[in-house]
Design a protein around this ligand. Structure first.
Ligand code: AHR
Length: 326
């Protein structure tokens, strides 16, 4: 009898333990009776090295050690998933919502719902186009058109008036990163008649899609000697395809890329990528400061552009790569 009672007690303890323990992936409800600032973060996805560095920067800055509880939602590059995530955050009564939007448009309704619930929204990375600017508290991110202009300035300096045949690999259509970088190229095509567009297609910012596009174009016999690739991961795919086709990146084909992540900079140092324009993903510390300002009801700067530069084969050094945070 004593034995049975002891067994029952053990079983009860195990059950209670299992109920109170939380797995690392578990989403914590926002109504925890604790002092954490609960942040719902709707992230675009995990499509690129840049995106992973962005997520990591946010996780490090908005950590429990710093007084935050971060609920991360990966939207797998789908806007409808982000809208659902924001509605879930509203239901959970989070303190702040951080939104890294897939595309610029389509946010008015859900952001109005967040505003009615009294939850401030901080937009990061890409921009949003809304009818009422008070639907979000502030924005932190890159000047994508300026990034495009930096790549074009390099082309003008190094390739002059051509003739060149450009393969344009676009990022996810409708995202600010795609819109700004594409606009810069379109402006330049209008100004340089000998710069021809050999092909243009969307690689969704992923290595697999970038590779597939370039493989198909090479198989079809499309001729090009410049690739304007709107992010590093599509560039990795393009380089794989070129090499598999017996072409030498940086020699047979000049490659311009965006992001300047560590792997891409190693390729730049080797001359496979000719110029890599930086897109800075380290938004976490800025977002943390903005949330703290919000909590103290201080006036917020509506738009903050992060600092960015470019790296080309002629000036890049191993030291710079070693010192990179991502
Ligand atoms: O919005 C930033 C862009 O999105 C980065 O250039 C790209 O790598 C990412 O996926």
């Amino acid at each position: 009898m004593k034995y049975v009672r002891a067994m029952c007690l053990m079983l009860l303890c195990l059950l209670l333990g299992a109920c109170s323990a939380s797995s690392p992936n578990q989403q914590h409800p926002a109504d925890d009776a604790d002092d954490f600032i609960v942040v719902g973060f709707s992230q675009v996805g995990a499509e690129s090295d840049w995106r992973n560095a962005h997520t990591q920067s946010m996780q490090e800055a908005l950590s429990e050690q710093n007084g935050f509880r971060l609920i991360l939602d990966d939207a797998q590059q789908k806007q409808e998933r982000q809208i659902t995530a924001i509605r879930n955050f509203i239901q959970q009564e989070v303190d702040v919502i951080v939104l890294a939007p897939t595309t610029e448009t389509g946010w008015d309704t859900v952001l109005a719902e967040a505003r009615s619930a009294g939850i401030p929204v901080i937009v990061v990375d890409r921009m949003i186009e809304v009818s009422d600017q008070s639907l979000y508290a502030c924005w932190v991110g890159s000047d994508f058109l300026r990034e495009g202009h930096a790549a074009i300035a390099w082309m003008e300096q190094h390739l002059g008036d051509g003739p060149v045949q450009i393969l344009h690999l676009q990022g996810s259509i409708g995202s600010s990163a795609q819109l700004g970088r594409t606009q810069a190229l379109d402006e330049a095509l209008g100004q340089h008649p000998a710069w021809q567009l050999a092909a243009r297609d969307c690689g969704e910012f992923t290595e697999a899609k970038g590779q597939e596009l370039v493989e198909n174009l090479l198989a079809q016999g499309t001729a090009f000697n410049v690739i304007y690739s709107e992010n590093d991961n599509m560039t990795y795919g393009a380089i794989n395809a070129l090499k598999a086709h017996g072409l030498t990146p940086g020699k047979d084909v000049t490659i311009l890329s965006f992001d300047a992540s560590r792997t891409a900079l190693a390729l730049t140092l080797r001359g496979e990528i000719s110029i890599d324009v930086e897109c800075n993903p380290l938004h976490g510390p800025l977002v943390r400061t903005l949330i703290e300002s919000l909590r103290q009801e201080r006036t917020l700067v509506k738009q903050t552009f992060v600092e960015e530069t470019s790296f080309d084969t002629a000036t890049l050094t191993q030291e710079v790569i070693d010192g990179r945070a991502y």
